[in-house]
Design a protein around this ligand. Structure first.
Ligand code: BGC
Length: 748
């Protein structure tokens, strides 16, 4: 591993704490102290303004823009439906005047700085003193249930300054996106701070209402897309102002401020800062009771994993089947808010075993966007459906042609996730009503995109890029070939099992699916080529990989990371360096199909070539390292995964959090140390406790029962709240577990 932690936060099991202001990490902190509730996300920027570089980012899930000036490509199949999650108005805008002097956050003028984020409430607090004159505290909270509501609290406490102070609370529609303004038009604004605004190109309407509910004298101004309520006060005792923000996205297209105000007023009448604090405390109590991961004996990773879980539930709880999980969640503009194959591969396993409804809704997102995937397949001169590498609305939005046109792991990830979900929930209703149609189209895509070699002895994919994005346009990438095969095979299995089902027949008729087409796919699966050497047991990542020039990854200076920013793009492609697991990835996804010896041979061959440039990489390596008994490596990788952003391993946390790698951290502990395997005939567990920990605990939702799994050095203790309807294998022994507590000796 070539990367190292840059630690600056205090360690606490339930909080993120920054003591003292770390100017060089200001943007990283803005990302880390982000809040979100699936509906909206807000970075931990300075409400009062900051004299240096800042990213004032507030985002709504699903509100995106399409640039007007996209250059349509003359080349067929080059994606040109680009779109991005647009930065919304800043509703936490505050300006503070001491007498006549404007106070903007300036590291030179402040002392006693501290900032916390509480995982039990979702409340973010920032406090500091200004030149020993007064102390100021900012608090922010987003309601986790009534998600259209957000609050801000500003508390000013005099120290030596007793005099006039002006607080101007507002909403600013001049926010920048990628450093440029002009993304919002203010359509209507009333003096009572009800506002209606639209995105400039797409015209999506959002109604806002701000309310400080203060008894102080105030005046309202509306100028230059900045709407302010100004309170003139006297600072002789502590002043505390709460501002509530309601935001409603107009799905009805009524675009009527009066109608919006009625809705907003209803929400306002039942909300207050304290009420949201109470609601959130209850929300998180319930969340942690079912989802907490405890690590005893490792304070760093304890904080890391709780932080991951906190940010994950903020990003997605499965409220809507039209939302997805952006690689950076709602915490920044990098990756344009897009969702990737990460959702099916890394996030669905988490939701599948903690909140199956959310897992289903993520799959429904793909069902709802099937028509765009069909169009994309056509653009690529193929049949069926090709899911996008990056998207917000279902259209391919990746502006790097080689990824958009050559990477098919998003498509196979959808088939894999349907299989994984159905297998572990037995939700055949979903399979028949939604899954089958997606599977037909996915299999058709793979059937049409693949080719036979010249003498028709092998079938596979030419000119592709697998999950390892450092190898472009290769032939017979083992991952692509294998996953295409399993995708088609799964369709064949479902077809054979359910072809008498009325709904399945309806889909077959609609799609004109015949036996003959299934037979063609069957032959392609039989001849699917996997480059594999029986003697070494190594799967070649793609044909020709073994011959590539070697690059010693330890010779790369740490300052060269991230490589994408410091090395020319083509330089990255010309050697055997690997970005993220490719062969090892399919050995994780289909773990039960590969024996230990094969996993070891491939791990020992590929890991030393891997730089983990993708945040998704360490966790998969940690899981395999655990299985192979490389326990120290497993723990090191785990720390990397849980604290990826907290310790800024990839040196790019300033751009936003790696939300999907946060999901991977859950996968890491549960599949790695817990030994969960969910790809075989039955669910398996084989937990062990890492040497430096005393114990740990996690939860699994399995077929309707919640199982608490506690692991120490000697035993594992399972506590079930209901009988488990399906058998489970623990250390090679099959159990039928009932409601209650079971103690089983840890096997070595
Ligand atoms: C990785 C992809 C991933 C994307 C979003 C890239 O760096 O290589 O596998 O889908 O990030 O997380």
């Amino acid at each position: 591993m070539a990367k190292i932690a840059q630690r600056y936060l205090d360690i606490d099991p339930w909080k993120l704490i920054e003591s003292g202001f770390h100017e060089d990490r200001a943007l990283v902190s803005e990302s880390l102290f982000s809040l979100s509730n699936e509906y909206m996300g807000v970075r931990g920027y300075f409400d009062e303004g900051y004299v240096k570089e800042t990213l004032i980012g507030t985002y709504f899930n699903g509100i995106y823009e399409i640039p007007k000036d996209i250059r349509r490509s003359h080349y067929k199949g080059i994606s040109d439906k680009l779109h991005y999650m647009v930065n919304a108005a800043n509703p936490f805008y505050v300006r503070i005047y001491i007498g006549d002097e404007l106070h903007i956050f300036d590291p030179k003028k402040i002392e006693g700085y501290s900032r916390t984020l509480d995982f039990k409430t979702g409340e973010a607090t920032r406090t500091y003193q200004v030149s020993n004159l007064f102390e100021i505290t900012f608090k922010k909270i987003l309601n986790m249930k009534t998600y259209q509501i957000a609050h801000q609290k500003v508390i000013v406490k005099p120290i030596t300054y007793f005099g006039s102070i002006t607080l101007a609370f507002g909403i600013d529609f001049n926010t920048m996106h990628w450093g440029k303004p002009g993304y919002w038009d203010l359509i209507e604004a009333k003096k009572n701070l009800s506002l209606g605004a639209t995105t400039t190109n797409q015209s999506v309407y959002v109604g806002y209402k701000l309310d400080t509910r203060s008894d102080y004298q105030s005046s309202v101004t509306i100028e230059n897309k900045l709407n302010l309520e100004t309170l003139n006060l006297n600072l002789n005792t502590t002043i505390e102002i709460d501002k509530t923000i309601v935001s409603l996205i107009d799905k009805t297209k009524i675009r009527d401020l009066i109608f919006f105000e009625e809705e907003a007023n209803k929400l306002l009448s039942v909300s207050s800062y304290d009420q949201t604090l109470k609601d959130n405390t209850k929300f998180f109590e319930e969340y942690w009771a079912k989802n907490d991961i405890q690590i005893n004996g490792d304070a760093l990773n304890q904080q890391g994993i709780r932080y991951c879980l906190f940010q994950l539930v903020g990003t997605y709880q499965g409220v809507s089947e039209h939302n997805n999980i952006g690689a950076k969640g709602l915490t920044g503009e990098a990756y344009s808010g897009h969702a990737f194959w990460d959702s099916e591969t890394y996030c669905i396993p988490v939701y599948l075993f903690t909140n199956p409804k959310a897992a289903k809704n993520l799959l429904m997102f793909r069902y709802n966007t099937l028509s765009q995937a069909r169009k994309r397949a056509k653009e690529l001169d193929c049949n069926g459906a090709c899911y996008p590498i990056a998207t917000l609305n279902g259209d391919e939005a990746c502006d790097l042609w080689q990824h958009a046109s050559l990477q098919f792991q998003p498509t196979s990830a959808v088939a894999y996730a349907i299989w994984h979900y159905v297998k572990n929930t037995k939700d055949t209703e979903f399979l028949i009503h939604y899954g089958f149609e997606m599977l037909v189209e996915i299999a058709r895509f793979f059937s049409s995109r693949g080719q036979y070699n010249h003498d028709e002895t092998k079938f596979g994919y030419y000119g592709v890029m697998g999950p390892d994005e450092f190898q472009m346009m290769v032939n017979h990438n083992a991952y692509t070939n294998l996953l295409a095969k399993t995708s088609m095979e799964y369709l064949i299995e479902v077809y054979e099992t359910y072809q008498k089902n009325h709904k399945v027949q309806e889909v077959m008729n609609k799609l004109n699916l015949k036996d003959s087409e299934i037979e063609v796919m069957r032959r392609k699966c039989q001849l699917m080529y996997l480059p594999y050497d029986e003697t070494t047991k190594i799967y070649e990542q793609h044909e020709g990989f073994h011959d590539l020039p070697h690059l010693d990854i330890h010779s790369i200076p740490v300052t060269d990371f991230p490589l994408y920013a410091n090395w020319s793009y083509d330089r990255i492609y010309r050697n055997d360096m690997i970005k993220q697991p490719d062969v090892l990835m399919f050995m994780f996804l289909y773990s039960t199909q590969f024996d230990l010896e094969t996993k070891k041979a491939n791990y020992d061959y590929y890991e030393p070539k891997t730089i983990h440039e993708s945040s998704l990489s360490p966790s998969i390596h940690s899981i395999l390292a655990s299985e192979l008994g490389y326990k120290k490596e497993a723990l090191d990788f785990f720390g990397f995964a849980t604290r990826m952003d907290l310790d800024d391993y990839n040196r790019n946390a300033r751009e936003g959090l790696h939300i999907t790698s946060i999901a991977a951290a859950w996968v890491n502990i549960v599949y790695g140390f817990g030994g969960l395997r969910s790809d075989g005939e039955i669910i398996k567990l084989s937990p062990y406790c890492p040497e430096s920990w005393t114990s740990y605990q996690f939860h699994l939702q399995l077929f309707g029962s919640n199982i608490q799994v506690y692991v120490d050095k000697e035993n594992i203790t399972l506590t079930l709240d209901k009988d488990l309807d399906e058998p489970i294998e623990i250390y090679h022994e099959v159990y039928k577990l009932k409601k209650g507590i079971y103690k089983i000796h840890v096997a070595n």
